[in-house]
Design a protein around this ligand. Structure first.
Ligand code: 5GP
Ligand code: MN
Length: 318
């Protein structure tokens, strides 16, 4: 089976590069560091987790201090991409290092995946990439140490929205139970990964709430942030995460939309509660994601982006 072949490649490699999607979240970082620790425990010479920046509240993760902004060598024996459905969603500065690696592997759980590795472990119904790593490590007999457990539990907690999203499975709870039995401080991980926020993130949330509008008979919530707002507040990596959840939690809302300005145009972040497939909405504009959590980059002005995404979303409402 593919997993056995991946294990062979992991054992054969001396140098490994680990990448994930841009603007990494808890699952991207947890999966990356969990994989990194597993490889380090195999005695590899070089295991580099490379990402430009990550939210400061994840700095408790074992190995976070070794995350690099640039790869340390040119040609890796093995490149592993986690929690990323397409190689173009990694930071493009790193793409050539992936292409240059002798062997390319991906682990992912997104609904639309381009199967870009030599080996692809993709499970669309898994609620977190970290959960795929748990079952893969268990199958392969790779020991899940306490440190690895902290990383993978962080990925499961964050991508299941703290075990509340409908995709949460029995395995998610079983892994949390296992972690607790091993003495892992589950409540501390929950608090740090889900609740603790930078002061600037709090300011972002305040402003986004203040601007939030209810549209389409209260079935759509909409809010936004501009680069100007970001500058005024002094936003840090990850400060926009979670804003879209605010609108989703309002009674009667089916789809929550959050637009925030990027270098070029706006990023749309969508969440649904019950029946709208927001991945389908985002795919209309070239984006994607999961049924109830999706996103897309829109090369438009705020007004254009707002009009376009709301017009399409309305078509999916009952
Ligand atoms: P978020 O709203 O948290 O940025 O993203 C929600 C989900 O949608 C994530 O699973 C993410 O990978 C996916 N997603 C966000 N932006 C894009 C995008 O531009 N393209 C694609 N294909 N997926 C995206
Ligand atoms: Mn994920």
């Amino acid at each position: 089976m593919t997993l056995d072949e991946i294990l062979k490649e992991m054992k054969n490699a001396d140098t490994v590069l680990i990448l994930s999607h841009e603007s990494p979240d808890g699952d991207a970082i947890g999966s990356s560091l969990g994989m990194c620790l597993a490889l380090k425990n195999m005695g590899k010479d070089v295991v580099d987790v490379v990402m430009k920046e990550y939210p400061a509240n994840f700095s408790y993760l074992p190995g976070a201090e070794d995350i690099k902004a640039e790869p340390s060598i040119e040609n890796y024996d093995l490149a592993i991409v986690v929690d990323c459905p397409d190689i173009n969603r990694v930071n493009l500065d790193y793409k050539e290092y992936f292409e240059n690696a002798k062997v390319k592997v991906e682990f992912d759980h997104h609904s639309k995946n381009s199967m870009f590795g030599d080996y692809n472990i993709v499970n669309h119904v898994s609620p977190a990439c970290s959960q795929i790593l748990v079952s893969s490590f268990e199958y392969l007999g790779i020991e899940i140490t306490k440190e690895i457990g902290i990383c993978l539990l962080t990925g499961i907690i964050t991508d299941t929205g703290g075990f509340k999203n409908s995709g949460t499975t029995t395995e998610s709870f079983e892994f949390a139970a296992w972690a607790l039995s091993k003495g892992i401080n589950v409540s501390k991980i929950y608090k740090e990964s889900m609740l603790t926020m930078t002061k600037s993130k709090f300011e972002v949330q305040k402003l986004a709430m203040d601007r939030l509008e209810l549209l389409a008979d209260g079935k759509i919530s909409f809010t936004y942030m501009t680069k100007e707002d970001d500058k005024k507040i002094g936003v840090l990596a990850g400060d926009h995460d979670g804003v879209v959840e605010i609108g989703r939690n309002i009674e009667g809302v089916e789809v929550s939309i959050f637009l925030y300005e990027k270098e070029k145009g706006y990023k749309a972040s969508l969440r649904s509660n019950d029946y709208v497939n927001v991945a389908d909405v985002c795919m209309l504009f070239g984006g994607g994601g999961h049924i109830k959590a999706a996103g897309v980059s829109l090369n438009m002005t705020l007004e254009e982006a707002k009009k376009a995404i709301i017009e399409e979303t309305i078509k999916y409402l009952k």
